[in-house]
Design a protein around this ligand. Structure first.
Ligand code: NAD
Length: 409
């Protein structure tokens, strides 16, 4: 099942349990705007190449829309629509004054030079500059985009509209970025992990974690839970995994990844497959890779008691149902990985106020936001006797629905 169908399924399940009615349900599910643009550039070779760019703006009832910019050869408008709606629900769960958006370019950055990436980004901005902006739609990094791409985006947008650092987040620290942004998704996951472990009665010390995906989210989460006393028994990236039931030496693993670019070949454990990571003997499984990870085919072999979704949409509805039946607690993406967008919000606030916060302040605000969101979601789950996922969607739909009705349709 594709991400869009999965997200719609979770949305509909919650909307129906709330009895919002078919018309409001359709209104909330339908994006405000979906745009496909031509992005043509001259390659270094002199050849002209045409790419397709997308921007989907899902909802703006609670504030300007916020969402990532992804460069990937299989990116589609449909996938952007799915991730834009996910951002609407995510920003509502953590109560940020934002709606959801998502965009990007269907291109393979590994085949492009630095200069070609710059031309591609600037051309994309030329095509969407009239629909984005600090009070309309704020972009941020996602798969294959980074602080350098965010800088080009800010610079190109500013050529049209004047100096506008708040049009994009995830910028470098030297150019209006926020302290704490790089590790924010992992740090947010740590705060959620502490809450859920307390609720299931597991102490952090000695709790065994397995992480599928070791990029920004996976690696920072591994670092944070290890520093907090957790034991990381298995990790994997796109090339394979490494397993050690006694616990991996996380700083040593980081050194290895810095040297080789992959977790594979790390001498502090034995090599293992992705499926072995997902089925490993652990307490907490954190999917943090790309694309659908947990499906009907492998959900039955998960041994973890708790799954905390670091990635967006890693669990398809069939797997979700199976895991719920088996009593595995799933903390949904729209709550678990909201630390990234929360610190993006902090960056935007600092840019609008022309201020710089210290990292301690960023982290303290993040912790407060994540804890409050967890408390609200857990309370709804208890009182309505629903999963944490349905509870999180219920909270989000309630907030977005209320704002929509108050503003007038
Ligand atoms: P990333 O590109 O930095 O890392 C992705 C990791 O997944 C890499 O280690 C890669 O090797 C691994 N991977 C890719 N395909 C794989 C496969 N088939 N099997 C196993 N591993 C695979 O990306 P990221 O920023 O860490 O994002 C990961 C997920 O988290 C995405 O779903 C993203 O949308 C979501 N997310 C990211 C942030 C953020 O701030 N970076 C915030 C919220 C959610």
């Amino acid at each position: 099942m594709q991400a869009l169908e999965g997200i719609h399924h979770y949305f509909r399940k919650a909307a129906r349990s709330m009895d919002v009615g078919e018309r409001i349900e359709t209104l909330l599910a339908t994006p405000l705007r979906e745009v496909k643009v031509q992005v043509s550039i001259e390659l270094d070779s002199g050849e002209i190449r045409t790419f397709h760019g997308y921007r989907v703006q899902h909802d703006n009832s609670r504030g300007p829309m916020k969402g990532g910019l992804r460069y990937h050869p299989s990116l589609t408008l449909e996938e952007c629509a799915a991730l834009a709606s996910l951002m609407t629900w995510k920003t509502a769960v953590v109560n940020l004054p934002y709606g959801g958006a998502m965009g990007g370019i269907c291109a393979d950055p590994s085949q492009l030079s630095f200069k070609e990436m710059e031309r591609l980004t600037r051309k994309y901005v030329d095509q969407v500059q009239d629909m984005i902006g600090p009070t309309r739609d704020i972009a941020g990094p996602d798969v294959n985009t980074n602080p350098q791409v965010m800088t080009w985006l800010m610079d190109q947008y500013s050529r049209f509209h004047g100096h506008s650092p708040a049009v994009v987040t995830g910028k470098p620290l030297e150019l209006y970025g926020s302290k704490g942004r790089e590790a924010a998704a992992g740090r947010g996951l740590l705060y959620i992990t502490r809450e859920i472990l307390r609720d299931v009665g597991l102490p952090m010390k000695g709790t065994r974690f397995a992480l599928h995906g070791f990029g920004n989210v996976g690696s920072h989460t591994a670092q944070q839970v290890w520093e907090d006393g957790g034991t990381v028994v298995a990790v994997s990236d796109v090339l394979g995994g490494v397993y050690n039931p006694q616990g991996l030496d996380v700083p040593g693993l980081f050194e290895h990844v810095k040297r080789t670019g992959t977790v594979t070949g790390f001498s502090g454990g034995r090599a293992c497959t992705h499926e072995e990571v997902l089925a490993s003997d652990c307490d907490v499984l954190i999917p943090a890779a790309l694309g659908p990870t947990l499906t009907r085919a492998n959900a039955g072999s998960v041994q973890a008691r708790v799954i905390i979704e670091g990635a967006n949409a890693p669990t398809d509805p069939e797997a979700d149902e199976l895991l719920e039946k088996r009593g595995v607690l799933v903390v949904p993406d729209i709550l678990a990985n909201a630390g990234g967008v929360t610190v993006s919000y902090h960056e935007w606030v600092q840019n609008l106020q022309h201020l710089t916060w210290e990292e301690e302040r960023v982290n303290a605000e993040l912790e407060k936001t994540m804890k409050e969101a967890y408390d609200r979601v857990a309370q709804i789950a208890r009182s309505r006797k629903v999963s944490l996922r349905t509870a999180a969607y219920t909270l989000a739909i309630g907030r977005v629905g209320k704002a929509t009705v108050l503003r007038g349709i």
